[in-house]
Design a protein around this ligand. Structure first.
Ligand code: MN
Length: 202
């Protein structure tokens, strides 16, 4: 199987002023494309070549195939990232996800504070995630290419906190980047779908 770079689900300038067109074009067209291209080269002719991205992530982690793991996980994480952001974000979630956020974090503001704290305190490159862990919502950090999938957690929403995700627009102000995401660029409809799938699978 040859993996292809998924299209952005919106125009490259659609998330401005949260993220500039230049940032999204570079992040999607150079970084994400680079992971996919490297993965395709690494798995060609190997036991991994007919597996799904998810299967490659799990198998390569188990076997310690670091190069394949890193490129597969980053391919998966970035596909999930583009869906986690939206030009139409900002309206707080209602329904089952809204109720679960209130139960886990007290309120949407409590969720935002907790998410920002984890995003800012991730040392170096990595990701912050809203996940379902044993039926409950939780916020977790992963370093470098690591993904909650390898720990058996179900991702609901993510934000990339590698410097390449925000440095052109925010320089070293990761907190400003996270605030802008949380205030009006979260794809709550995507998060709600993921939450409902996670609950249905439980
Ligand atoms: Mn990235």
């Amino acid at each position: 199987m040859t993996f292809e770079l998924p299209k952005l689900p919106y125009r490259a300038d659609a998330l401005e002023p949260f993220l500039s067109k230049q940032t999204l074009e570079t992040h999607h067209g150079k970084h994400h494309r680079g992971y996919i291209d490297k993965l395709n080269k690494l798995i060609d002719g190997t036991e991994y070549q007919d597996l799904s991205l998810h299967e490659i992530v799990v198998a390569a982690k188990e076997k310690g195939d670091t190069g394949i793991f890193n490129n597969a996980a980053q391919s998966l994480n970035h596909g999930f990232l583009w869906e986690s952001m939206s030009p139409d974000g900002g309206v707080a979630p209602v329904g089952p996800l809204g109720d679960a956020i209130d139960a886990a974090f007290g309120s949407i503001e409590g969720f935002k504070d907790a998410f920002k704290t984890k995003a800012v305190s991730q040392f170096g490159s990595g990701w912050v995630w809203l996940v379902v862990d044993a039926g409950r919502l939780a916020i977790v950090q992963t370093g470098n290419a690591d993904t909650p999938i390898q720990r058996g957690l179900q991702p609901i929403l993510t934000l990339d906190v590698w410097e390449h995700a925000y440095y052109l627009d925010y320089k070293n102000d990761r907190g400003g980047y996270v605030d802008s995401f949380l205030s009006d660029r979260v794809n709550w409809a995507f998060a709600a779908q993921n939450y409902e799938s996670a609950k249905a699978a439980a």
